[in-house]
Design a protein around this ligand. Sequence first.
Ligand code: XIL
Length: 383
Amino acid sequence: MKLKKFFQVFVFAFLLLAAVSCCGSDTASLQPALKDAYKNDFLIGAALNDNVVNGNDPNAAEIVEKQFSAITAENVMKWQIIHPSPGDYNFAPADRFVEFGLKNKMFIVGHTLVWHHQTPLWIFKGEDGNDVDRETLLARMKDHIFTVMGRYKGKVNGWDVVNEALSDDGRLRRSKWLTIIGEDFIEKAFEFAHEADPDAELYYNDYSLENPGKCQGAVRIVKNLQAKSVRIDAVGCQGQAWRLDPGSPSRKDIQNFIDSFSALGVKCMFTEMCIDVLPEAFNNAGADIRANAQLRDELNPYVDGLPNKVQQQLAHRYAELFTIFRENSKKISRVTLWGVYDGTSWLNYWPVRGRTSYPLLFDRKYQPKPAFFTVMKTAQTKP
Ligand code: XIL
């Protein structure tokens, strides 16, 4: 009898241990995955750097394979990298990125075709060193779009055709694209893109579109494309470096962004989400924290880890935002985080270099943060 009791206790303890280890926090056992929790709402994406797909960061790759249904190229499809000098295309990293997405049956987003950053200056210059004329620049734009989109035709599902064409006041940014080609550079880019891959979704993408003034600028872009019967499928509000404060941005402004575009019959996307918990640092943009002790103390307060209070605020803020997204899930096609885990977020080096930032759902040890669990819980709550 005693032996039987001992055996029962032993079996019970074994089962308990098995259950606990099974529900541990290693990412492989997180159930359900984010992409499954949100499958009836929208795609859940992450921006990937090359290390995630080239084998150098297998833990990050594992998180992506498990948790995300969409991927965006963080850098490898930008003009500077994929087409660094005339006629010289560097496709290997972009090929790896696309292969990774195909292998895992993910929705693949190409980022980006026409932008003013990470864009080499040769594009705008002739042999004499002066700006080229409109026709030459249009021909270069067309060649680039046809070559890049053509290579990934039928593989990349959607493209950020034009990125950040607006200034903060909602008027068109005075980039070389605008000053050399004129205002129709946007519709030309979309026309070329549609010709290059008629099945690909085409997007306009920008930051601060939650600001009503800038949002109106994007509304004008979409209306103009539609008036000319040029294809546009969705508008991406980057959601870059949103803050813990519930007013930055406010629910009202996010809702205004969503409603403005759904009224035009195009989808909304949040394409580059990351929440900045560090002090605002735009006055020190470009500075390197490691070389300046005073800045280090002021602008980089959480070198040794995120205090629990801030961790909880971050979790709460993520839940708040995903609650708004879920309430609008019929109007939103995708929410993408700008990175996989805190260690490789670009907020560690922008707008100030050398900071320790905590903007994502997975920490530096690849573990899910409290924010991961509140986002997950939000998916299971009735909107
Ligand atoms: C950022 C990348 O994350 C960095 O690695 C790179 O050094 C600079 O660009 N808006 C965009 C993205 O559309 O392409 C930018 O990505 C972040 C801001």
